[in-house]
Write a protein that binds this ligand. Structure first.
Ligand code: B12
Length: 213
């Protein structure tokens, strides 16, 4: 779709990126398509960071731009949602796992679940295993959603699932994982989660599938 938006975000042109996102929303573009462009741009930023062309400041700035774009997109995402409110569909405990502080993707997942009728308990970032256990005991969710972008997050996800198992809570919940682009069937099996989701739309689809009567 918008090559311009991909270029503006990936080249860290904040004003231009925000202007293009706003313009696209005003033209009635699907916010999820705009998010896809942002994902492409973030992959480019990631590649440039890996190759040494970009450094930490660019990574930070790109994150800030994306945060601002997702704020622009939220009203339109809400308008396109099921309209259910108040956690009628079920409860979700969500968090970015221990050692990982990436939260933009997690926040979009939390927002989308919320506007689709789920009660979302967001534990934040760098969440230790014990905090997930406490929340599961307290909230009694049907679903635990683990987010992580770093490769090392997979081990934290695995030990979170193991800790739930030890606490006798594993069979009380369905567990979904998501975040980094490498997440797939193999990672899901390694972690012993129930499913992985590539994006927030998939997170909502899985959550609905697991909670419908
Ligand atoms: C922005 C960014 C940052 C920002 C994060 C800001 C923030 N508030 O989140 C900052 C600058 C803080 C950062 C820090 C670091 N980062 Co960083 N970062 C990125 C970058 C460029 C974009 C990530 C992002 O936000 N994408 C935008 C989201 C919205 O897009 P999305 O992934 O499509 O989102 C969907 C899915 O994630 C999914 N989803 C997310 N969670 C969940 C959960 C469930 C249950 C489900 C179903 C779905 C789901 O739904 C989302 C919405 O549709 C990526 C590169 C990349 N290609 O992703 C690197 C990247 C993830 N970072 C990387 C690295 C190395 C780091 C640092 C170690 C750098 C450093 N030397 O300090 C630190 C780590 C700090 C830590 N302990 O976590 C590497 C990781 C490499 C690896 N394999 O481990 C990457 C891949 C860059 C690279 N190619 O080298 N980073």
């Amino acid at each position: 779709m918008s090559k311009d938006l991909v270029k503006a975000v990936s080249e860290i042109q904040e004003d231009e990126a925000l202007r293009l996102a706003q313009e696209a929303i005003e033209k009635g573009e699907d916010p999820l398509n705009i998010l896809k462009d942002c994902q492409k741009a973030m992959n480019i930023v990631g590649e440039r960071y890996e190759s040494g062309e970009y450094f930490l400041p660019e990574l930070i700035m790109s994150g800030e731009i994306l945060q601002e774009i997702s704020d622009i997109l939220k009203p339109a995402m809400q308008a396109g949602s099921s309209g259910e409110e108040g956690g009628q569909r079920g409860r979700v405990v969500l968090g970015t796992v221990r050692g990982d502080i990436h939260d933009i993707g997690k926040d979009i997942v939390g927002f989308m679940l919320d506007v689709n009728g789920f009660e979302v308990h967001d534990l934040g970032v760098d969440v230790p295993e014990e905090k997930f256990i406490e929340a599961v005991k307290e909230v009694k969710p049907q679903i635990v959603a683990l987010s992580g972008f770093l490769t090392l997050a997979y081990d934290s996800m695995k030990s979170t699932v193991e800790t739930l198992k030890k606490a006798g809570l594993r069979d009380e919940v369905k567990i979904m994982i998501g975040g980094g682009s490498q997440i797939g069937e193999r990672v899901k099996d390694y972690i012993a989660a129930d499913a992985y989701g590539i994006n927030a739309v998939e997170a909502v689809r899985l959550a609905k599938q697991w909670t419908h009567d």
